[in-house]
Design a protein around this ligand. Structure first.
Ligand SMILES: [Zn+2]
Length: 71
């Protein structure tokens, strides 16, 4: 995976969270009603029992993360 900014090879790893992660079109300020809007994308689901992870690539020079979400 090449970095979209500098073109160098990105480092493979995982994006991990004990809570869900959403991509939203608008910035959430206080509570986020992300599940109620069809434009939003769930990157990581909520899990009560374990930390969720998804394969991800990082360029530490450009501070860019590229993630393949599954949902
Ligand atoms: Zn880069």
């Amino acid at each position: 995976m090449k970095c979209i900014k500098c073109g160098k090879e990105m480092e493979k790893g995982y994006l991990s969270s004990p809570k869900h992660i959403m991509w939203t079109k608008e910035k959430c300020k206080y509570s986020c009603h992300a599940f109620e809007d069809g434009d939003n994308v769930k990157i990581l689901p909520i899990s009560m029992f374990k930390i969720q992870s998804v394969e991800s690539y990082i360029c530490k020079d450009c501070h860019v993360v590229v993630t393949n979400y599954e949902s």
